[in-house]
Design a protein around this ligand. Structure first.
Ligand code: OAD
Ligand code: ZN
Length: 246
């Protein structure tokens, strides 16, 4: 893969870098993506699983599904993409990760500043009183209940719900002053998360996309790389390290 010299120089001289990530960054860890022919939403209906009314109708089914996803996530490990993103922190003073993923893999890879736009599968909260439950809750066919008697749900943003305000505004702030904005492994079609891409463009960040396919974001990217994030990111990191040490 050829990484143009001017792109290498731009990255090497950056002060602030934001990585905006989606399901594709975890694909090589064995976690299925949502869209496309093998995507989750091609087999299952989001309105039956990722939706508050669906949860009220059938909380057991929703819990069962998230428990299944949690098991896959627990068996998986951060891949070269997560690890490279984390290694960028060694060479740049200001690196943040803005992720749509709920799988905790950026944290497990060592990234320090992470804004989780869609929640985190490790956390749960009571739909009645809002108490958080961060410990592992046993699920044996019965939905865990809060001390107050309310049903406990995963802390994941479902369709039609607001994004966590603080995470979103912190992400906006990081994006407002970044020099380089990487868009990695996202189809860039889910809003309001995808709006951040346009915010980065408006703020004149240099936009680099990494995806196995062309996406909505390709149209505005200054540079697109086609291929797996786990192959391309380590290559970029290596060549940037060489440039920095010159
Ligand atoms: P999608 O499934 O929509 O898109 C995943 C993207 O990753 C696609 O563009 C693939 O081409 C790309 N891809 C797959 N493997 C890759 C690899 N190894 N390296 C690089 N790219 C790869 O996932 P998201 O864009 O993350 O929301 O979806 C956004 C939101 O929709 C999710 O956060 C989720 C879902 O409904 C909630 O759960 C709230
Ligand atoms: Zn409660």
């Amino acid at each position: 893969m050829k990484i143009p010299d001017d792109v290498v120089k731009k990255i090497a001289t950056a002060k602030s870098i934001v990585f905006f990530t989606g399901a594709g960054v975890s694909a090589e860890s064995g976690i299925p993506i949502f869209r496309g022919k093998d995507g989750i939403w091609n087999k299952l209906k989001p309105e039956e699983l990722a939706n508050f009314n669906a949860f009220l109708r059938n909380p057991e089914m929703v819990w069962e599904w998230y428990n299944h996803r949690k098991q896959i996530i627990h068996q998986s490990m951060p891949n070269q993409a997560h690890l490279s993103i984390s290694e960028f922190q060694k060479y740049f003073p200001d690196v943040s990760v803005v992720t749509q993923n709920i799988d905790n893999l950026h944290r497990r890879a060592g990234s320090k500043t992470i804004y989780e736009l869609h929640g985190n599968i490790e956390r749960n909260y009571c739909i009645n009183c809002g108490t958080f439950y961060n410990e592992e809750l046993p699920f044996e066919g019965r939905v865990p209940k809060c001390k107050c008697g309310g049903l406990i749900r995963p802390d994941i943003v479902w369709f039609g719900e607001m994004l966590p305000e603080k995470e979103f505004s912190s992400a906006e702030k990081a994006i407002s002053c970044c020099d380089i904005f990487f868009i990695i492994g996202t189809s860039a079609v889910v809003y309001p998360a995808a709006s951040l891409i346009y915010a980065a463009k408006e703020n004149d960040a240099f936009i680099i996309e990494i995806n196995t396919e062309e996406t909505e974001a390709s149209k505005i990217a200054n540079q697109s790389f086609r291929g797996k994030a786990g192959d391309i990111l380590p290559e970029i990191l290596n060549i940037v390290k060489e440039e920095i040490s010159k």
